[in-house]
Design a protein around this ligand. Structure first.
Ligand SMILES: *[C@@H]1O[C@H](CO)[C@@H](O)[C@H](O)[C@H]1NC(C)=O
Length: 305
């Protein structure tokens, strides 16, 4: 194609896509069916992972639940069955360990089949100023929040590519878009998770595997205990999200194959502003929204193992 034709095509399609996204603001998007899909959720033993599992249970997906906490995971499996799940398989897996991820992934492929919807949800948080964060927790944060995504993609993406059918869902965070004082290692891992998922998503397009979808979820704090003690200064503008609401929005985003989900809606505006405002103004806004003292009262979940 010559320059003139390609540019013309670009302009026409640009206008078309702008109009399309405008229309889609008002027209409900068709939801896909997940019945019969094999869906893996990491960190399914509690929090958002559990809530997503219960919601997808009703939609007929075969659930493969991973968690380091066997008790919590089994509870989720039981609840999922009570919620109408046809097939549920719970596996204990420590997502900070590459070899264990590969081992359990092989087991899943043998016992259940090829995963077609992968939801990387498991996550940990240190919740201390960086200088005070123990090296072991910093490492754990990177292992669970991003390295595990590499290994699960390595394990399950090839089958999705072979059939040009699948869905990669990343539960990242608004802390994967905007830095937060007191969450440095967490932000590092979440920025990485966003960049990784976005890049592999583009790789799929470049390879012509448009049947492998990507959804990147960036919520503000969710009420699950993970960030217990964290405060939001103006809850009306930036509320701590209700866990059930957040899980439902994520489920909808998956069913509608949305590429990005930022929650609450004001997060999209914050993200856009961060990228265009002068830095001093961003810092001023940060103070206004209490971003410098978010984790001052962090307690997190009851300490584990
Ligand atoms: C594991 O899950 C159970 C049930 O949800 C919970 O009571 C327990 O505190 C969890 N254990 C750890 C070590 O987090």
């Amino acid at each position: 194609m010559n320059f003139f034709l390609e540019t013309l095509r670009l302009l026409v399609l640009s206008i078309y896509f702008m109009l399309e996204s405008l229309v889609l603001l008002f027209v409900p998007v068709r939801k896909k069916s997940v019945a019969g899909e094999i869906m893996l959720i990491t960190g399914a033993g509690s929090g958002i992972g559990r809530l997503m599992a219960l919601k997808f249970a009703r939609l007929g997906a075969t659930l493969v639940l991973w968690d380091i906490n066997q008790t919590g995971n089994k509870e989720t499996a039981q609840l999922a069955k009570e919620n109408g799940a046809v097939r549920v398989h719970a596996y204990t897996c420590d997502c900070s360990k590459r070899q264990e991820i590969y081992r359990v992934a092989d087991q899943v492929k043998k016992e259940v089949g090829d995963v077609s919807i992968l939801i990387n949800n498991a996550g940990v948080v240190t919740g201390k100023k960086f200088i005070d964060s123990p090296d072991s927790l910093v490492e754990k944060t990177m292992e669970v929040n991003i390295l595990a995504h590499f290994w699960t993609y390595k394990a399950f993406l090839p089958a999705m590519m072979a059939s040009n059918h699948g869905h990669l869902v990343t539960i990242a965070s608004s802390a994967g878009l905007i830095g937060v004082s007191g969450l440095a290692d967490y932000c590092a891992s979440k920025f990485a998770a966003v960049g990784f998922a976005e890049s592999v998503g583009l790789e799929m397009l470049a390879l012509g595997k448009s049947g492998v979808k990507t959804t990147i979820v960036c919520p503000y704090f969710i009420h699950t205990g993970m960030f217990e003690g964290c405060q939001t200064k103006w809850p009306r503008v930036l509320p701590i999200l209700n866990a059930d609401y957040a899980a439902q929005r994520i489920v909808n985003a998956v069913l509608e194959e949305q590429s990005y989900l930022l929650m609450p809606r004001s997060m999209s505006i914050m993200n856009a502003m961060k990228n265009i405002l002068p830095v001093k103004l961003s810092v001023l806004m940060g103070h206004y929204f209490g971003a410098f003292s978010l984790i001052d009262h962090f307690t997190g979940r009851e300490k584990k193992d």
